[in-house]
Design a protein around this ligand. Sequence first.
Ligand code: BES
Ligand code: ZN
Ligand code: ZN
Length: 489
Amino acid sequence: MFSTLSIGSTRSHVTVVGVTSDGKTVPATYAKIQAVSDALETPGFSGENGEVLAAGGKHVLLGLGEPGSVTPASIRTAAAKLVKALDRRGDKGISVDLSAGFPKKRAEVEALGRAFAEGLAMANWRVDRFDGAASRKAERGGALAVDSSDADFRDGLRRGLLLGGAVNYARGIGATPPNICNPAWVAAQAKKLARETGLKCTVIDHEKAKKMGMGGLATVGHGSDSKSCLIHLAHVPKKRSRGAKGKRLVLVGKTLTYDTGGYSLKVNNGMKGMKYDKLGGCAVLGAMKAIAEMDLPIEVHALLAAAENMVSGDSMRPDDIITMYNGVTVEITNTDAEGRLVLADALTYAEEELEATAIVDVATLTGGVVVALGHFCAGWFCNDEALTTGIEAASAQSGEKLWKLPLWKEHKDFMRGQHADLINSNPARSAHPIQGAAFLSYFVDEKTPWAHIDIAGVGNVDSPNDLCVAGPTGWGVRLLTDWVEGETR
Ligand code: BES
Ligand code: ZN
Ligand code: ZN
């Protein structure tokens, strides 16, 4: 693993030359170099996407596949494979020329440069913080300088390294175990991020939340020694773009630092992995880091509803009735449907205190979304056409896939209770992802554009892939940042 990736050149750099698989084509200037033309003849090298081959001491060939199939997604994967090969080789710098497979439009070249750097950064990451005495000493390599003579591609590289860095930041917090990462620890991380990037951070602690009437947030964390808090980060830029005038965007993240299920306890080791129940909050933190570093000309707020769902004499019980921040009463039918309770109070806060003009919440809300959609995409809901278009455009750009689910009056009625206004889970046990969204809809004004993204299936992976080791993926950091950037236009 390289210690850092940065834009720049070194004297000892190698040139990475893109090769398409149609007749193994390289840009004309390289075709004349003997080492390159020799390497192209290597048996078995076909220019398939992600293939890496040294061509003498000064060039490295990188397969891009068929020219028609070169996309940001394919380039991301190729870069991920490349960075691992460069690490093994011990390179110090690369100059990149993939123009053999390039479209010529400026924006497209920028997008490919960005995807390339995202791939480099996201694949060059693992958690080494918990390597102990029995670990082989991790050999952290030196720095890698990345450059290109194409100005558009280089602009993309800069953006991609920044976004990849924000993804890795979110992953690092996501991977932190629950004996270290509790709500107070997340609040401390948010404050540190604010100091480093110029964001404003305020924390509403348990006492204050209770006084304010945030029954959902306070109740869920009641059984834990580390009580709940609502973490608020604000990006208030000096200048706003024309498109950003009058907008106040709010990102909300479910931040359950651990979810035992409470008295409706998770069984059959279903608890293992529930440190990842904070990944919605991590995605929001990562996005705020990127938004602040890019200093996007738009006002953006983040709310992390942080709690730990534990079992104790103080925990909520099934049958408890609580009053939420907006005055709605809820009968707890299942203490494991806790995410919607903390999120609901954050949504009310976004509406009433922040006067949000659009809200996007991200949450590992239901196991049901994994049953429905697997680990291939997030499930989502949206009550507004323009917001749908914006989120879908961001998803197309970042490669983080979404699939929309319905949310009708019937679903909302399904969450009504007999002993209180609402129940937090319907004992009929069906349509779980929609139940979650339906419950949340009672805490958002119908007129406020709102999207709810359930990332339970995509927030972490059990086995490594090209872009990610086993653990948190950082899903949502780039999607949220891209959406916010789209809102500046
Ligand atoms: N944190 C879980 C959802 C989850 C499950 C995330 C698996 C990642 C992987 C959530 O709080 C939960 O327990 N949801 C329940 C809801 C049910 C009790 C209504 C679920 O999905 O089973
Ligand atoms: Zn739960
Ligand atoms: Zn949960």
